[in-house]
Every structure is written in C-alpha cells, then in structure tokens.
Write a protein that binds this ligand. Structure first.
Ligand code: ADP
Ligand code: ADP
Ligand code: MG
Length: 662
C-alpha cells in the first residue's frame, strides 16, 4: 500500500493529486523550486522539499534531485503529474531502481509511445488505423520529398520526438517542403535534441478526439469514453469536452475498442490517453478516425471524464500502482450527462496569445455547487512565474446535457475573478457562448476562424470600468478625509462625515487615468443630487445612477484592477507629480513585452536594420518571441546579451531613425 506519496510536479495538477491522496489518508510530499517555495502546491502538502533553483532543468526536470527528495522523505511512490518527467522513461526506470513505485506505465510503454514514429510502427502492427503518412527512419531530403509527394499535399511535418505542438509545419505544396523541413528539424533539434521528423497527410477539417484508457497489472484494459479537444490554438488545447458532440453509440464503441487495442499492444498499465484525429469533413465526430499519438500519463483534461463517469482517476492510478485490479468492468462504466473544461491561461488573446505572467492580485472562485469544479494552482497573492507553463486554473462544468454544461461553464467563467495578469477568461466565455460552439460546429480551425469575434472589441466595457474606478477613487478620497477629520477631533463637522462619497469633491475637476499605454481624462462635475462624469468623446454619465453593475474594483498597489466577466482593465490615477515623469525609455526604445530570457540578440550596436528585421529573440513560458524592428533605423545601444533574464518592460535596445542622406 502506498503510504507516502511524492508528487513530482507543481501547479494545479500537484494540488489536484494531493487532494485525492489526502482523502485516501496518504501522506503527501511536495517538491518545489526556488520560484515555488510559497506556492499553493507546497501549502497543501503535508511536507515539502526543495529540489533546486527556478529553472525546470535543475529542479522539476532533474531526475536525481527528485529521486533524492523521495529518498530523504521516505516516499514509497512518485506521482509525476503531466509535463515535466511524466513521460520520461529514464525517470520511470530510476524510480524502480530506487525501489520507489512510479505511478504510470512501464518504461518500455513510455519509450514506445514517446516517439511518434515508433508508436506508429507499433500501432500499425496492432491494427490501429493511422493517418496516411511516412514514419520510417530514413531522413534523406529526397526520401522525405518522395514520401510527401506520395501522401499528397497538403502534408504536416511533425517532430518524431515532439510534443506541445513544437516542430510542426503545414506544407501546402512541394516547392515549400525543403524550407519547412529545415525549419522543423531545427526547432525539433532545439526543443528535443532530436531532429527526426515524420510526415502525415494534413487533414483540413479535423476534430481531435481522444479516448481515456486504463490498464492494470492483471491484464485488464478498459476505456472511459472519449473527449473532444478540437478547440486549440497553436496545436494546443484550450477547451475540451466529453462526450464528443454528435458521436454515435456505434462509433463510440469502435473508437473505444481501437484505443484498447492500442493500450493492449504495449501492455499498458495505469491512466493513458489515445489521441485520434478524425476527418470531420463529412460526418463530424463519426468521420474516419486515425491514431495520432498516445500520452502515457494523466491528461490535463481528465476532469471532464471524471464528471461524466463519476470516477476519481487519481484514486484509480494509486490503486493500480498498489497492484489492485480495476474496480469495474467495461460494461459497468456509465456515461452521465456532459462536461466541458476551459483552460484559464495567463496570456493575451489580443496579442496572439502572448504569455503574460504576473502577480495575482485576486483569485476568487465563488461556491458554485456540484456542477462546477475549479482546479487551480494559484491563490490570491501568488505570482505566475515566467519560467513555467502559463496555465492558472481549469474551469470545468457538468450538466445533464451539453446545453446545461455550457450554461454552467458560462456562469462560472463570468463569476470567477482573476485579477492581475492578463488572462484569456473573456475569450473563453466568448468561445463557449459562440453560436457555432453551441451548435457543436467544431473542428481544430474553430479558434482561428472566429478569432476576431473571440478576442472582442478593444475597449469593450471601458466606460463602465472607468466609472467604477472613479467611484472608488472618490470614495477612497472621501474616506481619507473623514479619517483625517476624525483624527483632528472634528469628526462631527458636516464637512467630514456625511457618509456620502461626494464630500470633499471639488465642484469641477479632471481626473487623469492611465489605462495601459493611454491616458484618459475624466471630467467630474458635482451637482446638487448627483455627479456627472464626462469622457473625452462627450459621453456623460451620472453617479450613482449610472454606476454599472457587475464590476469589481480591486486595488493592487497604485493600480485599480477593474474586472467584470473576465474583462479586465488596469487603471491608475495619474497624480500631478507623475505627469512630467517620463515613461521608460525614449522614442525608439524597444522593451521586453514580458519577463523572460534573452535567447539571442541578433544585432549589434551601430548596425543598420530594416523594418521587420529580427532584433532580439526572447524565451518565456517555453515559447520563443521575436522582437522585430518597427521601422528602418540604426541600433544605437544594446542593453542585454544572450542568456540575460529580463523583467517585463526592460529596455532591450534603442533604435534611432535612420539619418536621411540627401
Ligand atoms: P494535454 O494538454 O492534453 O495533457 P499535451 O501534450 O499538451 O497534452 O501536454 C501537456 C502539457 O502541459 C505539457 O506539454 C506542458 O506544456 C504542460 N505542462 C507541463 N507541466 C505543467 C504544469 N505543471 N502545469 C501546467 N501545465 C504543464
Ligand atoms: P503533440 O505531441 O504536440 O500533442 P499531436 O500529434 O498530438 O502532437 O498533434 C497536435 C495537434 O495537431 C492535434 O491535436 C491536431 O489539432 C493537429 N494535428 C495533428 N495531426 C494532424 C493532421 N494529420 N492533420 C491535421 N491536423 C493535425
Ligand atoms: Mg497530442
């Protein structure tokens, strides 16, 4: 029996695994890097051990450090969560060698499935349908070109060792293949230390449908139905649901049987997911399906399966690791209702989903009842570190049917408050209430196709936010005046305490408020019964009558976070003294859009550059971001070198306008 469990992960999944383990009376040991000593996953554990500095390579990915922590704490099992070491066969072996149970399949199963090419060979042998494609060892450009020609364009290049959508390239015609291969191989080498690629037919209207499987050490293997994960950006999932809308019972059994065949082919033990790509062009969820890859671990989106089956998959993982047989047979797995998960990320949909780490000023999930579940990895006051994945939480809703699940999810996404970092919360709300989503017209192109509607109008709700902020500012000022008067012993004067926020307001004044890079002037006029507030475009509103509902104003330092249904404005009153204060950098200075690491400075001082040229490459949250020249010019100063860690807004280099040589 597992009595002491070490969780080799962080964030929401570490918290979620700990919850089940503690319910089962298991002693929970957390591990943490220096970035996470105060993190939520540490707080919920019974015991926590530092495993290294912030960089994942020296902490959460350091096999020796993790095994060392397990030894020190007397752990008898390790749960790897997802990501990090969860699909690392050497880690599974190291656990076994140390006499510690690895919660997952055998190292062999991980190895076979960890390589997209090798897994296809194994699956073809097991009779599981594959996307037409090339997955042999030979990597000669002419061999690959011939293979692509035979498959027929468009084709998709994938890194054999790949994951997380990296190293993938769509190639529309033969003439583009050479360049695409080169860049895919370069990215694969950089990300995985392995530049082998495979080529598949690129489906133009696919749905991503995957099947949750479970195996035990007694030779049993069952499936727990499918999940549809077609809503993706950058080949990564954003919204997932179960069951797949529109899938027939017959197809459900077929795809389930194919997934079980895949699991059996590698003697699979524990929780796993077999991912299929479905050609949805003609028959939606019931179109032809093909094996894509198998993830040999618990999946991010496992809660939707837990909702529709009523099972706790982490409890099952622990039971299987204890050598117990699966508690139920295939025919006993019942499907109840519908569940949808939305991943709340610290990212900016309006800036191509750029990660936006930062301080969480408030994280508040109201009590929603049994039909909504929030799996979070952060609390109010935590920081979202730039070095790890930008996922903040998962919002999961269940309902008797899909419409009910959507309604519950929309309500949860509306009421959840996450202030501080820019998030995709409003984007998620728009996605799940989009007519095409409601009608289940889904395929992996959904987000790209509806991007403009999903991102929303710039400035949506801005007046309401400004009005809420102004109310708060005036209120704060009035309270300060009352307290000041009370301190002077004049609390009874009518000037100090009328319980009315209009006290101490000048008859007419202009407040200057900074909103991002812009400044807004708001004119306030005090009348007899109410106060009018006018904006620069002439719109005038009255307080308190026009005060909008549903906006929360959360102070965080000098900034007011004004938030409603996931739409967030960070507003700051500009005091007279700040107005002359110059903002960082001068004209032509280029600043880091987010905290991160400088991967490469591509230019040097004095260099002449042209508009669009790459100047600096930054890496943050496992993604590379290219900073390009906004105009032709000359690099007058470079402030950082390769490898530097920079904060958000840090000046990277300065670009001067090119002198006209007439
Ligand atoms: P899925 O998202 O369906 O589980 P992926 O292949 O996208 O499958 O893999 C999960 C991804 O989760 C990893 O590749 C990684 O990007 C990300 N990840 C890894 N560790 C964490 C973590 N602790 N918190 C959030 N995300 C993580
Ligand atoms: P990863 O390891 O990055 O998860 P996958 O092979 O699972 O890689 O593919 C990720 C995503 O890429 C899929 O969910 C799907 O949206 C898209 N994709 C994969 N293969 C194809 C294909 N042959 N045609 C069209 N889209 C595909
Ligand atoms: Mg995948």
């Amino acid at each position: 029996m597992i009595e002491r469990l070490l969780i080799a992960n962080r964030g929401e999944i570490a918290v979620r695994v700990a919850r089940t383990a503690k319910r089962l009376g298991i002693h929970v040991i957390a591990v943490y890097s220096d970035a996470d000593s105060q993190a939520m996953h540490v707080a919920v554990a019974d015991e926590a051990i530092r495993i290294g500095p912030e960089a994942a390579a020296q902490s959460y990915l350091d096999i020796e450090a993790v095994i060392g922590a397990a030894r020190t704490s007397g752990a008898d099992a390790i749960h790897p969560g997802y990501g990090f070491l969860s699909e690392n066969a050497s880690f599974a072996e190291a656990c076994t060698a140390a006499g510690i149970a690895f919660i997952g399949p055998s190292a062999n199963a991980i190895r076979t499935m960890g390589d997209k090419a090798a897994s296809k060979v194994a699956m073809a042998a097991a009779g599981v349908p594959l996307v037409p494609g090339y997955h042999d060892e030979a990597q000669d450009p002419t061999v690959l070109a011939d293979a692509a020609g035979e498959i027929g364009y468009p084709v998709l290049i994938k890194a054999s060792a790949g994951g997380g959508g990296r190293g993938m390239r769509i190639v529309k015609e033969a003439s583009d293949l050479g360049a695409a291969l080169e860049s895919a191989k370069r990215e694969a080498q950089g990300a995985f230390g392995d530049d082998r690629v495979l080529i598949e037919r690129y489906l133009t209207t696919p749905r991503h449908i995957e099947v949750q499987v479970f195996g035990d050490t007694h030779g049993n293997a069952i499936h727990l139905f499918e999940r549809d994960c077609s809503l993706q950006r950058r080949y990564q999932k954003v919204i997932e649901e179960a069951p797949a809308p529109g899938m027939s019972e017959a197809r459900r059994s077929e795809i389930g049987a194919a997934a079980i065949a895949a699991a059996r082919a590698i003697d699979y033990v524990g929780a796993g997911t077999v991912e299929f790509i479905v050609d949805a062009t003609e028959d939606g969820a019931n179109g032809p399906f093909y094996f894509m890859e198998m993830n040999t671990r618990l999946q991010v989106e496992h809660p939707v399966t837990e909702y529709i089956t009523g099972l706790d998959l982490v409890a099952w993982q622990l039971a299987v690791a204890d050598g117990l047989p699966l508690p139920i047979r295939q025919e006993e797995v019942a499907l109840n209702g519908h569940a949808i998960e939305a991943r709340l990320y610290a990212e900016d949909p309006a800036r191509d989903f750029l990660p936006s780490p930062g301080h969480v000023v408030a994280f508040e999930a109201p009590e929603f009842g049994g039909e909504v579940r929030i799996d979070a990895g952060v609390r109010t006051g935590d920081d979202i570190a730039a070095v790890y994945d930008p996922m903040i939480a998962k919002v999961i809703a269940h309902g008797a049917d899909r419409d009910a699940a959507i309604a519950n999810l929309d309500r949860a996404l509306t009421e959840l408050v996450c202030a501080g970092p820019t998030t995709n919360q409003a984007f998620l709300r728009r996605a799940v209430t989009h007519p095409d989503f409601i009608a289940a017209r889904l395929d992996t192109g959904f987000i790209g196709r509806h991007a403009a509607e999903l991102v929303g109008e710039p400035g949506e709700g801005l007046f309401a936010a400004l009005l809420s902020a102004v109310t708060q500012l005036l209120d704060t000022r009035a309270r300060a005046a009352r307290e000041d008067a009370a301190a002077r012993g004049e609390a009874d004067t009518p000037w100090a305490d009328t319980g009315n926020w209009r006290v101490n307001l000048h008859p007419r004044e202009t407040l200057r408020i900074r909103c991002g890079e812009e400044e807004r002037a708001v004119e306030i006029r005090q009348g007899a019964a109410s106060t009018s507030v006018s904006f620069e475009d002439g719109t005038t509103m009255c307080l308190p009558d026009d005060l909008p509902h549903g906006w929360r104003v959360i102070p965080g330092g000098r900034v007011l976070h004004v938030i409603s249904g996931g739409i967030q404005y960070r507003l700051e009153q500009i005091m007279a003294a700040d107005v002359s204060e110059s903002r960082s950098g001068g004209v032509g200075s280029l600043n880091a859009p987010m905290p991160g690491k400088v991967v490469r400075v591509s230019v040097s001082q004095g260099e002449r550059v042209s508009c669009g040229q790459t100047l600096v490459v930054l890496e943050a949250m496992k993604m590379e971001h290219t900073i390009t020249a906004p105009a032709d010019g000359v690099v007058s100063e470079v402030f950082h070198a390769d490898g530097d860690q920079v904060t958000e807004g840090a000046e990277l280099l300065r670009l001067d306008a090119e002198e006209n040589e007439e």
